[in-house]
Design a protein around this ligand. Structure first.
Ligand code: BES
Ligand code: MN
Ligand code: ZN
Length: 486
């Protein structure tokens, strides 16, 4: 999609060249300097009960009198701020994406600055609006006619707007890649497929890609990762992707993504209902690839490493059994009390592997626990870190990118429940505080560097009628990585 800025003022919107004009209005009134024809159309709709200045309301006017654009959409944002702007924008774009308009110009109907953040929100919202999954659905709707979106701003705002559009464009491409990978069914998106995607990304964007197979992983002593993979016929892959934007000596940020391409639960098998959604259990891996995609396009002066341990979690005659004890790459032994707590078993070895990069910080991203959904629902990802500065940096990135996360506790007291009589630790605790004990488990493998964990079980995909991957937390991670530059 083509993103532009378009210089104009609220008083000149009627003369703007575009196929559709989308005006977002905060509060319960528009700018008094808004063009008379547009203001008249809105007033008329209000007086007929067809429009209200209430968040969620939109108005469509075809061939509005005195307006050059053939279509006018007005979207009410309610509250002020970029978050409300993006929500209203999404509703306005939903009205437009199925129509014939190729070029949509978006304007703020209120006085007030158009910022870099508005521009980024526009690019990501427009890209989200036109995304259609079609890889295994030939009958999917054809591409939206909407191919160009511009943001109306003043001459002095243009620079910031352009910057925001560029960042938004890169993030949108990363989000789309993540959605596309995660939406693929488990028989398409295998560990081998993820490795191919990484190689393709490397070729197209100048990343260094290394893919380790079972033999190499055995040599490294990743007994925990191997244990999860052993029940599946799909070959495991351990993917390492490197972006170098700064001298080699500069310590990299390392992102680790859970890449379970299907989670049956293994011998501790899951119930059948909604088990199909466990194809999304590689959402962490997808978001690491998406973030690498965004960062490679923006080319910040920093180093970034993405690590993806990937396999299936299957029940089989040779699968791991409850009570089995395995030795992780760190040397610590683990009693596998529940084979469905497999994410932490593959991540722990990836976290040990990360040590070799002498990282500035490590962030792992995983659809790790159902308990995180119980705690936070589907709006916030769970953020776990014992490092306050790192946690604050991630929280700031989540606010800026409108990709929210919420910090969860990680006190030593929670570690108690991981004790085992037969190994250095068990892989599960009781149900209570399940997302925290999962994080405490990972923490035991992260003593060598600054570390944070994002549990995206509730945010990586949507269930129900709009079932599909969200591409989260690519926006959060991209902002985080960019904020680590310099
Ligand atoms: N991939 C799941 C977590 C999950 C479940 C994410 C449902 C989203 C929706 C993970 O591997 C898992 O099965 N976790 C178990 C852990 C338990 C056995 C301690 C869970 O959450 O039930
Ligand atoms: Mn599981
Ligand atoms: Zn899982």
């Amino acid at each position: 999609m083509d993103f532009r800025h378009q210089i104009s003022s609220p008083g000149a919107l009627a003369g703007l060249t575009a196929d559709a004009l989308l005006v977002v209005i905060h509060g319960d009134a528009f700018d008094p300097t808004l063009d008379a024809p547009i203001a008249a159309a809105i007033r008329d709709a209000v007086s007929h009960g067809d429009f209200q200045f209430k968040a969620g309301r939109t108005l469509y006017v075809h061939r509005p009198a005195g307006v050059k654009a053939a279509r006018l959409v007005v979207a009410a944002a309610g509250a002020a701020g970029v978050k409300a702007f993006k929500t209203a924008l999404t509703q306005g774009l939903a009205q437009l994406k199925g129509l014939g308009a190729k070029h949509v110009a978006v304007a703020l109907g209120n006085a007030g600055e158009v910022t870099e953040q508005h521009a980024e929100a526009l690019a990501t919202a427009a890209s989200d609006a036109i995304y259609v999954y079609r890889h295994t659905k030939p009958s999917a709707p054809s591409d939206s006619a909407m191919t160009k979106v511009s943001l109306v701003c003043s001459k002095t705002e243009a620079r910031a707007v352009q910057r925001g559009l560029e960042r938004g464009d890169a993030i949108a491409a990363g989000v789309t890649l993540a959605r596309e990978c995660a939406n693929r069914p488990g028989n398409y998106c295998t560990p081998t497929y993820l490795a191919e995607q990484a190689k393709k990304l490397g070729k197209e964007h100048g990343l260094e890609i290394e893919v380790l197979d079972r033999k190499a992983v055995e040599k490294l002593g990743m007994g925990s990762f191997l244990a999860v993979a052993q029940g599946s016929h799909e070959p495991l892959k351990f993917i390492v992707a490197r972006y170098q934007g700064a001298p080699k000596a500069k310590a990299p940020i390392v992102l680790v993504g859970k890449g379970i391409t299907f989670d049956t639960g293994g011998i501790s098998i899951k119930p059948s209902a909604e088990m199909d959604e466990m194809k999304f259990d590689m959402g962490g891996a997808a978001s690491v690839l998406g973030t690498l995609r965004a960062v490679a396009q923006l080319k910040p002066k920093l180093n970034l490493v993405g690590i993806i341990p990937s396999c299936e979690n299957m029940p089989a005659g040779n699968a791991i059994k409850p009570g089995d004890v395995v030795t992780s790459m760190s040397g610590q032994t683990i009693e596998i009390l529940n084979t469905d707590a497999e994410g932490r078993l593959i991540l722990c070895d990836a976290l040990t592997y990360a040590e070799r990069f002498k990282p500035a910080a490590v962030v792992d991203v995983a659809t790790l626990t159902g308990a995180c959904i119980i705690a936070l629902g589907h709006h916030n990802s769970g953020l776990f870190s014992a490092d306050d500065a790192l946690a604050d940096q991630l929280l700031a990135a989540s606010r800026e990118s409108l990709d929210p996360c919420w910090r969860m506790p990680l006190d030593e007291e929670y570690d108690e429940v991981l004790k085992s009589n037969f190994a250095d630790m068990g892989n599960v605790g009781p149900r209570a505080g399940g997302s925290i004990t999962a994080a405490m488990f990972l923490r035991r493998f992260t003593s060598k560097y600054r570390w944070a964990h994002l549990d995206i079980a509730g945010t990586a995909w949507k269930s129900g009628a709009n079932k599909g991957a969200t591409g989260r937390p690519v926006p959060l991670l991209t902002h985080f990585v960019l904020s680590s530059a310099g």
